[in-house]
Write a protein that binds this ligand. Structure first.
Ligand code: HEC
Length: 185
């Protein structure tokens, strides 16, 4: 026969086991028992939680118009700037050096030469395959263009020439301009 003490002990074990089983439910819709949940749920609204304080009911709001992400300077678009304005406004942030000219030459050969040709005469390989040839880059017209104007053309394209802002980084655009200045000399 079990004595009273053993029955109580057994009772405690059985209750604990049932309690433990309650903690681990397989039903995905049911919360498991949370132990000391004070720090699990933040008082503040979570980023993706619904939020009655905003008109669109979301916690995460869109950035204010005109916001500039850190490290990402906006590009001037066609509408904001003209070639002429760009020529007067934009100055190269990069000093002239042989190293930068060499980098500019690399950029030119990879991105510009197909149309403008190795020497800038406008006789690149694609012009022999039906693409209308661009004007020579050695003309006075181009030589007289200010750096900012060239930067604008490379960034926004011109006529049949597409914008190169997504392929050629800002600094490389200024460097290819340094290289253009050496062409034909
Ligand atoms: C797909 C062919 C093509 C490529 C690639 C190309 N261009 Fe052009 N580029 C043109 C054409 C065509 C024009 C003439 C646009 C117009 O005036 O209608 C032009 C015009 C220019 C002008 C102005 C010339 C002028 O007389 O007004 C410059 C400067 C220039 N390109 C530089 C570059 C540079 C630098 C690159 C490389 C980053 C480049 N281009 C890549 C086709 C190209």
């Amino acid at each position: 026969m079990m004595d009273m003490k053993s029955i109580i002990k057994l009772g405690i074990v059985v209750v604990l086991l049932f309690g433990l089983q309650k903690c681990f439910t397989n039903d995905p819709r049911e919360l498991n028992v949370e132990f000391i949940p004070e720090m699990v749920h933040s008082v503040a609204y979570d980023a993706f939680a619904e939020n009655p304080n905003y008109p669109n009911g979301q916690t995460l709001q869109m950035p204010v118009k005109g916001t500039v992400a850190r490290g990402f300077l906006p590009e001037y678009s066609d509408g904001e700037l003209t070639e002429e304005l760009a020529g007067n406004m934009l100055k190269s942030p990069i000093e002239n050096s042989d190293k930068h000219i060499a980098r500019g030459e690399w950029v030119y050969r990879n991105y510009c030469q197909v149309c403008h040709g190795m020497t800038g005469l406008g006789d690149g390989p694609v012009t022999k395959r039906g693409v209308p040839p661009p004007p020579s880059l050695l003309l006075d017209k181009v030589k007289n263009m200010k750096d900012g104007q060239l930067y604008f053309i490379i960034s926004n394209g011109k006529g049949n020439m597409a914008s190169y802002r997504s392929q050629v980084q800002r600094e490389d655009r200024w460097k290819v301009i340094q290289y253009l200045r050496t062409m034909g000399n």
